[in-house]
Design a protein around this ligand. Structure first.
Ligand code: DX5
Ligand code: ZN
Length: 230
């Protein structure tokens, strides 16, 4: 198994102090920055775009930025995110007319491509593009909002995706997004995930004695990951 990565979703950060929030969460032990892009069209919410990604890079963020596109169409904005410093760019197959082309576009722009699967979306498309993805992101909530409860059906789907990744022999991250907390992260890892998005669970749990530190919750997640059966 790959190293476990914790990816705070900045959707739950204080946007008025975003640079500081990202610095604090990384200093508290997070590995990558999960960047949720919503367009009020593919999902019923509106968030942030390439300008904010670029602003984080200019602010000095060097950690990987994991851009999760919940937008339709996808292709027009890909070069803008690449230029803004995105590391991973993932999108929902329903949101692109030509999934293979979009995956190629993301790679040609110098980023790592990935596909995102909603709770009711089959993994079958992977059969045809497994050699073109560096990340598979499974939604354990319906996309659009933070703070929703983890859907347990994601566990079987993780096992299915893990099998596909192992059979492919490729270096592909298996990420889970939605309702991840310290008390369920262990079973999520045991089902095969290696990259864990958490929004409300991290940003809603600043250390009691210091609102700028998130190390208590991130340590609790790491401890649960270390204890989870392989
Ligand atoms: C939902 C987003 C998630 C969200 C997760 O559409 O993709 O990344 O911020 O938030 P929590 O961890 O609170 O479920
Ligand atoms: Zn997300």
């Amino acid at each position: 198994m790959k190293e476990n990565l914790i990816a705070p979703s900045i959707l739950s950060a204080d946007f008025a102090r975003l640079g500081e929030e990202v610095d604090n969460v990384l200093a508290s032990g997070a590995d990558i920055v999960h960047f949720d892009v919503m367009d009020n069209h593919y999902v019923p919410n509106l968030t942030i775009g390439p300008l904010v990604c670029e602003a984080l890079r200019k602010h000095g963020v060097t950690a990987p930025i994991d851009v999760h596109l919940m937008i339709k169409p996808v292709d027009r904005i890909v070069p803008d995110f690449a230029a803004a410093g995105a590391s991973y760019i993932t999108f929902h197959p329903e949101a692109s007319e030509h999934v293979d082309r979009t995956l190629q576009l993301i790679r040609s722009e110098g980023c790592k491509p990935g596909l995102v699967f909603n709770p009711a979306t089959s993994l079958s498309v992977l059969q045809h593009v497994m050699n073109k993805v560096d990340m598979i992101l499974l939604m354990s909530v319906n996309p659009g909002f933070s703070g929703q409860s983890f859907l347990p059906s994601a566990l079987d789907k993780l096992r299915e995706a893990r099998k596909l990744i192992d059979q492919s022999g490729r270096d592909i991250r298996l990420e889970i997004d939605g309702g991840v907390k310290a008390d369920n992260i262990g079973e999520i890892r045991a089902a095969g995930a290696d990259t864990f998005v958490a929004g409300s669970a991290i940003f809603g749990a600043a250390r009691e004695d210091d609102p700028n530190h998130y190390d208590t919750v991130i340590s609790a997640m790491r401890a649960a990951l270390a204890e989870s059966p392989s």
